[in-house]
Design a protein around this ligand. Structure first.
Ligand SMILES: Cc1ncc(C[n+]2csc(CCOP(=O)(O)OP(=O)(O)O)c2C)c(N)n1
Ligand SMILES: [Mg+2]
Length: 365
């Protein structure tokens, strides 16, 4: 039987070596660098050499994994166009209200997901504030496949916008009496808010790929020009285990669907346990997507981590200023009230008719 390990992956490996002496010289150079400057330097030189090979048209299989660092180095990051402090407040507000809404619902025996949006709040907020195009502007707008379990965060945002009331939020997952909010995105349950159904894990990603391909078809056939629309799919690292999440990845690459972006929130958890104990899910997914022909941008840590020091020393990745004061844990932080210095208690929030922060305890009996 053929030994699978003996199979050489490239036809180049099957050709006789035309100049063994030259080959040996190259190998000896690598040995010498690894010995003198260490394996890191040797790996660095190899990567740069492969990069050059690609640049001059030497056909080689692509590397599937890059280092476990941000794809965009700090020095190359563009300045944030916007008011970062204000966006941080809005994000914190929405994160709080989403958690408070689920906590309040649990008083009636109704559950809900808190960690999904809590870990993805920035991904959505940056999208809403800087990327997503609405349907009221030019063109057809973008199409969003929201991760189903992040629905509390989207409801919290609609609440902040004034499109949902506190009563709506208190009817989360309680639709029977009317005015309720469905657990998860569904256009039949709440047509003005949700455009696509997601939540059954894998439904969002595969639908997004076919939507992006359909958009291409509409434009190419001259049926409707949707070339300005971008399709966004938000999903979780656990969700990437579903066959539906991966089954059409190569189709997207083959059709060159650059009107499509997947945002995978690798929070290392899924409801029923950790995602890939003792392994790096981000690296695994990078290889999976690259292998299928996608471009991948990894963001492993942000400015909070940088302030905390180099990766090895960053601990939980927070500065002291980021760690919440435990005495305030049951109340919205004063910062969120829009009144600097105000104590963030639920009663004060109730007195303000325009407040947008939910106390953890529901107002009704
Ligand atoms: C097909 C399917 N199986 C099981 C579930 C139940 N379920 C809900 S959330 C979840 C885990 C989700 O993990 P992940 O995708 O990592 O999202 P996170 O909440 O961590 O952001 C599971 C198994 C589901 N929604 N769909
Ligand atoms: Mg997860």
């Amino acid at each position: 039987m053929t030994d699978p390990n003996a199979i050489r992956p490239s036809e180049l490996d099957q050709l006789p070596d035309r100049d063994p002496e030259e080959t040996a010289e190259w190998q000896a150079s690598l040995d010498a660098v690894a010995k003198a400057a260490g394996p890191h330097r040797a790996a660095y030189l190899m990567r740069r050499t492969l990069e050059r090979a690609e640049g001059i048209g030497v056909a080689l299989p692509k590397l599937l994994e890059t280092d476990h660092v941000n794809s965009i180095p700090t020095a190359a990051e563009p300045a944030v166009p916007g008011d970062e402090a204000l966006e941080a407040r809005i994000t914190a507000w929405n994160r709080w209200n989403a958690a408070a809404m689920v906590t309040r619902a649990s008083k009636y025996g109704v559950g809900g997901h808190i960690a999904t949006f809590a870990s993805a709040a920035w991904l959505y907020e940056v999208g809403f504030n800087h990327f997503f195009r609405g349907k009221e502007g030019d063109g057809s707008g973008d199409q969003l496949f929201i991760q189903g379990h992040a629905s509390p965060g989207i409801y919290a945002r609609a609440f902040l916008d004034g499109r949902l009331t506190e009563q709506h939020l208190d009817n989360f997952r309680q639709e029977v009496g009317g005015n309720g909010l469905p657990s998860y995105p569904h256009p039949r349950r709440l047509p003005w808010l949700w455009e696509f159904p997601t939540v059954s894990m894998g439904l969002g990603p595969i639908s997004a790929i076919y939507q992006a391909r359909f958009n291409r078809y509409l434009t190419s056939r001259g049926i409707k020009d949707v070339s300005g629309s971008h399709v966004w799919a938000f999903l979780g690292d656990g969700e990437m285990d579903e066959p539906e999440s991966t089954t059409a990845l190569t189709l997207a690459a083959r059709e060159k669907l650059d009107n499509l972006t997947f945002v995978v929130n690798c929070n290392l958890q899924r409801l029923d346990g950790p995602v890939r104990a003792n392994f790096k899910i981000v690296q695994e997914l990078e290889a999976l997507f690259r292998g299928a022909g996608w471009n991948v941008i990894k963001t492993l840590w942000g400015s909070h981590h940088r302030r905390a020091g180099p990766p090895a020393a960053r601990g939980a990745g927070r500065t002291a200023a980021d760690v919440p004061d435990p005495r305030r844990r049951l109340h919205p932080p004063a910062l969120l009230r829009g009144r600097p210095g105000a104590r963030g208690d639920g009663e004060a929030a109730q007195r303000r008719p325009d407040h947008r922060v939910l106390p953890l305890l529901p107002r009704r009996p």
